[in-house]
Design a protein around this ligand. Structure first.
Ligand SMILES: Nc1ncnc2c1ncn2[C@@H]1O[C@H](COP(=O)(O)OP(=O)(O)OP(=O)(O)O)[C@@H](O)[C@H]1O
Length: 496
């Protein structure tokens, strides 16, 4: 019988008694008994309500282990209803072997102290985590045992989930560190020219200071490589380094990519919103590559973000504080862009705190031999070969005007290593690699007169034919000139 039912019965018996005793000497005592019961009942209802609103299952026995009370959560967790256990002794319930095993109440009664243990709910075939506490009377006897029961599998699931998440996050962190290393890759910067020596001097001095850097130069001159170097030498080298190519992202997406958005900011916005590149780079460095291609309205927003060092996601209302170092790069002449009204002058000054201008390769030809040798070495290693450049092959590289700068040189060397056997690469192979479509040799920009350019072309043509045909006589036949003419030309070009 449930406690509340029992109380109701006692109350109605008392009321009956009260009525029967009306007018007798005992009338007053009967009325007092009804009042005391009412008070007790009110307290019991409060207690029940509180217990039924607890998340944990509550199970209370007297000092003999007789079950006095269970709350709703206990029934929810164990499937055991009040009618099955109220008024019964825990030892008997356990001996029956139907409802539960491993009673914590029994252990508390024996050990007279708090017990944490796992009990098995036979009824649902599951484990629960139980904590039992003894409640003592003034004489030191146990008058109650109060236990709380929690779904053990749920805890276990949470623990398991936590473990999996910890493992996943460890893996993600390792992957992140790997990708970061790969992305910035510690590629060495090779140079011999005075121009590059000065650039590296600036890189070394400004990297540690947290200043904004603007790197300019034609495509392929090494702007990204220099940006990597600034990051690697900065205090933020272990923090995020996010690169954004402002020209590669469609202008209508660039704003949300850079600054992020809140949920519901626009149709198609992701649930929960999305952090932009600036937020991802927070505490680290952001490289705004091809900044010259950023649309004007976005330049205004960027300027505000750089000035205030905080941003607002699209559709957001809470500003996000930024602690970020900015490196910008472009192959455009920003002063020309300003003149043409395509770039904001105030943004230019904000970015141009430390300008680093990279010269095109044709204006620092001293770097070509070192770069070519290093690329030869690196690609030989990659392809398991041992390829070198012949001295006259190298001369060709030094003369070439390199519109694609170092990227073009690197790609060319890779092609040469792949297509040549180990050993020195002949001048003719370099020539063919530089002229894959059989187009005339691209002359150096320094040989400007027609005579000089024709001379350079004739020289290449003769040397190339000689190399291919293997003898002066055969080359003269192919070129349709006398043998003596060819000998004379060879002498003129310092060739035997
Ligand atoms: N001094 C150098 N030493 C070694 N490698 C270099 C050097 N300069 C550039 N490179 C290599 O040349 C290639 C092009 O360089 P990078 O991408 O940095 O140029 P960029 O100026 O950023 O080009 P773009 O403007 O097209 O993005 C890269 O593979 C880079 O590693």
């Amino acid at each position: 019988m449930e406690g509340t039912e029992a109380l109701d019965r006692v109350r109605s018996s008392l009321l009956e008694l009260d009525r029967a005793l009306k007018g007798t000497d005992l009338e007053h005592q009967a009325a007092q008994a009804v009042g005391a019961l009412d008070q007790f009942q009110a307290g019991y209802y409060d207690f029940r309500e509180i217990c039924d609103n607890l998340y944990d299952g509550i199970h209370i026995t007297d000092g003999e282990g007789k079950v006095l009370f269970i709350n709703q959560a206990y029934t929810r967790t164990t499937g055991i209803r009040p009618a099955e256990i109220l008024g019964r002794k825990v030892a008997d319930i356990e001996a029956e072997g139907v409802l539960y095993r491993g009673s914590v109440t029994e252990q508390v009664l024996k050990r007279r102290e708090r017990v944490n243990s796992v009990a098995i709910i036979l009824k649902l075939d599951k484990e629960v985590l139980v904590t039992g506490n003894p409640v003592f009377d003034g004489a030191g006897n146990i008058k109650l045992v109060v236990t709380n029961t929690r779904d053990f599998p749920e805890l276990k699931r949470l623990e398991q989930r936590l473990l999996t998440m910890a493992e996943e996050s460890k893996k993600v962190n390792e992957e992140l560190a790997y990708l970061r290393r790969q992305q910035t890759g510690h590629k060495q910067i090779y140079y011999r020219s005075e121009a590059m020596r000065q650039v590296m001097e600036v890189v070394r001095t400004v990297s540690a200071a947290d200043v904004t850097v603007l790197i300019t130069g034609e495509s392929g001159t090494g702007k990204e490589l220099v940006a990597n170097e600034v990051y690697q030498r900065s205090e933020r080298r272990d923090k995020p380094f996010i690169k954004v190519n402002c020209a590669a992202i469609p202008s209508e997406l660039l704003e949300s990519e850079l600054f992020g958005y809140e949920e519901g900011a626009f149709t198609g916005a992701r649930r929960m919103g999305k952090a932009g590149m600036f937020e991802l780079a927070n505490t680290g460095v952001i490289l705004l590559d091809e900044i010259g291609d950023m649309p004007l309205p976005l330049q205004t927003k960027l300027l505000r973000v750089l000035q205030e060092r905080e941003l607002m996601r699209i559709g957001g209302s809470k500003p996000v504080k930024l602690d970020i170092r900015v490196i910008a790069s472009t192959n455009k002449d920003l002063r020309e862009e300003i003149k043409g009204g395509r770039f904001r002058e105030d943004l230019f000054y904000r970015l141009n705190v430390v300008p680093i201008a990279l010269k095109p390769l044709r204006e620092r030809r001293e770097d070509i031999p070192l770069l070519a040798e290093e690329f030869c070495r690196a690609y030989s290693k990659k392809y398991g070969k041992s390829v070198l450049l012949s001295p006259d092959g190298m001369d060709l590289l030094i003369e070439y005007h390199w519109p694609g700068n170092i990227r073009e040189l690197e790609n060319l060397i890779e092609r040469l290593v792949v297509t040549n056997d180990s050993g020195p690469i002949a001048r003719s192979s370099v020539f063919r690699a530089l002229n894959p479509n059989g187009l005339p040799f691209s002359p150096s920009e320094t040989s400007q007169t027609l005579k000089a350019q024709v001379g350079a072309f004739e020289r290449e043509l003769i040397l190339h034919t000689l190399e291919r045909e293997g003898s002066l006589r055969k080359a003269a036949r192919v070129l349709g000139v006398d043998h003596s003419t060819l000998v004379k030309k060879c002498r003129q070009y310092n060739r035997p």
